[in-house]
Design a protein around this ligand. Sequence first.
Ligand code: RB5
Length: 171
Amino acid sequence: MAKIFIGNDHGGYALKTALVTRLREQGYEVVDMGSHSEEIVRYPYYAAKVVNAVLEDPQNRGILLCSTGIGMSIIANKYKGIRAALCYSSYQAKMTAAHNRSNILCLGGRCIGLFEALDMVENWLTTPYEGGRHDISLGLIEEAENINFSAEQWTPDEPAPNQTASTPSTT
Ligand code: RB5
């Protein structure tokens, strides 16, 4: 069974917490990489943690949650080898597993409910990649990555909250 690394910002915290509990009850191995409260944080730091864990082993999967899922999907897809899919339906979750072999699922914590999220995650985790003609597209994505991305990955250290001078006081 795939190991699931999950990360979030303040906008994804509530849904992440509920999702982790339910996924663990269902027997999934889930590693919660934070954030661990609704305190305002910058989502790229948490995306980076999950991305680097997912890239360590092709069997690993990641789930990233922010308010909309959009910011998380933007930063995750800046990494070579990451195919992050922002989904708003179980059909999309199923199709991105089957056709894009996505290794990260992005969800909008303030846009969907727990039961929708659980159904999406279940569809995403249990649908096998179809291969075949989709390998051609994935090969082209890899070709683009090899030209567009340098070898070094961004692995930031998150500053302590009182050092984030650029952190705004609102979400
Ligand atoms: C944070 O307020 C919000 O911008 C973030 O959660 C995310 O939705 C960004 O795309």
